[in-house]
Design a protein around this ligand. Structure first.
Ligand code: TDO
Length: 199
């Protein structure tokens, strides 16, 4: 489980900073943020910065969700041939963000990692293909932004049940969509994803 300390604004790097988490290929991302009399400037996507890190920076679709307190969304992913990498961050509120490794052959197959994302922290998580993603709202309404490297395809948009892989979700009486409540347990999911170690 990882969480991110909030650095003071205007003292951090002018560059996006990447820290690999315990799931190989998954990164915490710290955005450069600059505060002045007018407010705040935050850089969230810079293709060359992602590519220097060996990550996908060719995001082709962006969407956002707004979620109230106690809302849980997940655990979602797209399967091949339209699988994708995903960059996720908050532009209001805070979420307890969860990544689950579905990559057969990964040293962390079936394990999960947690990232606390918030507008105050100006942070994100980058998830490669083969990672299921979900979150529960810690401080709502939480406006969550996503950038993905392939377009949405409802036929290949799949998920596994949020409560089926041992994540200690915070909160009670969670608000979950009918679709998400009906997803199959992780143990029954036949993963099409294969782990490829990064060079
Ligand atoms: C994800 C998505 C959904 N939709 C449609 C389908 C449906 O009618 C409506 C709401 O979809 P969902 O209930 O799947 O939305 P939601 O549960 O918020 O889905 C999101 O969950 C988080 C955890 C993720 O990781 C995202 O990638 C995405 O899967 O929007 C699109 O048109 N394009 C999209 O890219």
């Amino acid at each position: 489980m990882s969480s991110i300390a909030i650095p003071p604004k205007n003292t951090r790097s002018r560059n996006l900073c990447f820290t690999e988490s315990q799931l190989p290929g998954c990164f915490s991302v710290q955005f450069p943020a600059f505060e002045d009399d007018r407010g705040l400037f935050v850089k969230t996507v810079q293709r060359s910065a992602f590519e220097r890190q060996g990550l996908r920076g060719d995001f082709v679709e962006t969407f956002h969700t707004v979620s109230n307190d106690r809302v849980l969304r997940g655990m979602h992913f797209q399967v091949p041939p339209v699988d994708h990498a995903k960059l996720v961050y908050c532009v209001s509120g805070a979420v307890w963000d969860v990544a689950l490794d579905l990559r057969v052959g990964s040293p962390t197959f079936g394990e999960h990692a947690v990232y606390e994302l918030s507008v105050q922290a100006n942070n994100a998580v980058y998830l490669p293909s083969g990672i299921a993603h979900g979150f529960v709202v810690l401080n709502g309404p939480a406006d969550v932004m996503y950038h993905v490297t392939s377009e949405h395809d409802p036929v290949h948009d799949q998920g596994v049940l949020w409560s089926s892989f041992g994540a200690p979700w915070p909160g009670d009486d969670l608000i979950i969509s009918a679709r998400d409540r009906a997803l199959i347990p992780f143990a029954e999911f036949e993963s099409p994803f294969r782990f490829e170690a990064r060079q």
